[in-house]
Design a protein around this ligand. Sequence first.
Ligand SMILES: NC(=O)c1ccc[n+]([C@@H]2O[C@H](COP(=O)([O-])OP(=O)(O)OC[C@H]3O[C@@H](n4cnc5c(N)ncnc54)[C@H](O)[C@@H]3O)[C@@H](O)[C@H]2O)c1
Length: 347
Amino acid sequence: MGKVRLGLIGLGLMGTPHARTLIKVPECDLVAASDVDEKQKAVTEELGIKFYRRYEEMIEKENLQGVILAVPNHLHVSIGIACAQQGLHLFVEKPIAQSVSEADRLIEAAKKNKVRILVGHQRRFSSLVEKAREIVAGGELGRLVGVTVTWALLKPGPYFEGPLSWRKDKGGGPILINLIHEIDNLRYICGEIDQVFALTSNKVRNFHVEDTASIALRFKNGALGTIFLSDCAPSLTSWEGTTGENPLLYHDFGNCYNFFGTDGSLLFPQMKRLYYSDPAKAGWNYPITEQGYKMVREDPYIKEFSHFCRVVSGKEESRTSGEDGRRTLEVTLAIQRSGETGQPIVL
Ligand SMILES: NC(=O)c1ccc[n+]([C@@H]2O[C@H](COP(=O)([O-])OP(=O)(O)OC[C@H]3O[C@@H](n4cnc5c(N)ncnc54)[C@H](O)[C@@H]3O)[C@@H](O)[C@H]2O)c1
C-alpha cells in the first residue's frame, strides 16, 4: 500500500511526540509540520520534514491527504474546518471541541467535504482496553452489573504555575482534562452512558476549578458505575499509576477499574477474571477462581496512527468518529454541569 501523505499542526507537548511517533509508522508519510512558534522548527529539522509557520501555506502546498491537529482545544474547530474544506481527512486531538455545538459544526463540515474524522482517544488502541472490551462486551462476565473507577493521584505544584496557571480555572480541572479519557474508555468497554450525577469539591487546593469529584453513572444497558476522581491525593490508583502507558509517570501494578458482571468480575489492568468455576459451589461461602489473560503490550499511538492511515484510505471505519468524540465530550460536560448545579442529568 502507498504511504499516506500527512501534515501535523501544532508541535507542542503533544504534537512533538506525535511527530516522533508518526515518523516510525510504516503507513504514514509525515512530510511537514506547522507551528506559529518558530522555536518548534528544531524538531522538524531533527526529523527531516518541512516546517511552516502558517498551516494555511502547508495545506495549500504539500498535497496532503490528512492532517493531525495537536493545537490548543479552542482551535480544533476553526483549523479543522479550514482543513476539511481543502479535502483533508482529520485526526483531531481530544476533546473534539470545547462545546457540543462546536463539535457539531466540525462534524457537519467534515460531512459536507466528504472527509473522515478520528478523535485522539488513544486508549481505545491500548491492548488492555481492547481485551477488556472483548471480555465485557463479549459477555464473558455475564450481564454487566456495574463498574468502579478510581483516578486518584497528586499533580505536582509546577503543573499549575506560570503559563500553566489557567489550570486553576474552569476547564483546567481533572474533569475536562483527565476524566474525559475514563469516560471514553467506559463508553467503549461498557456501552452508552445515559445518566450522570456528580459531587465536586475544591476544598484542598482552593482553586476555582474542582480538585476532587465523586460521580455516579447509569448505562443504557442498566449497569451502574461510580468514579472517584482526585488530583490532590498521593496515590497509585489511577490509569497512569497502574497501566504504565505514560512512560513519564511513575507506576506500579495495582488496578484502577473493576468490572462486575453476573458471572464474574474483571480487575483492570491486572486483567484477572474472578468467577466460580463450579456452579454448585458459587457464592460467598466458597473460594473464587482467578484467571489471568496473557497480554501483549503495544504502543497505542503507533496503532492509532496506522489506523488513521487506513481510515484516510477508506479501508477502515474510524474507531473514534466525530460523533463518538462528541458523545464523550457531551457526557463529560454533563458531569461538570451536574457538579456545578448539584442536579443529576439525563442525557
Ligand atoms: N490524547 C492525550 O492524551 C492528550 C494529552 C495532552 C494533550 N492532548 C491534547 O493535545 C492538544 C495540544 O495540547 P498540548 O498540551 O500539546 O498544547 P501545547 O500548548 O503544548 O501545544 C500546542 C501547540 O500549538 C501551537 N499552535 C497554536 N496555534 C497554532 C496555529 N494556528 N498553527 C500552528 N500551531 C499553532 C502552539 O504554538 C503550541 O506549540 C490539546 O487539544 C490537548 O487537549 C491530548
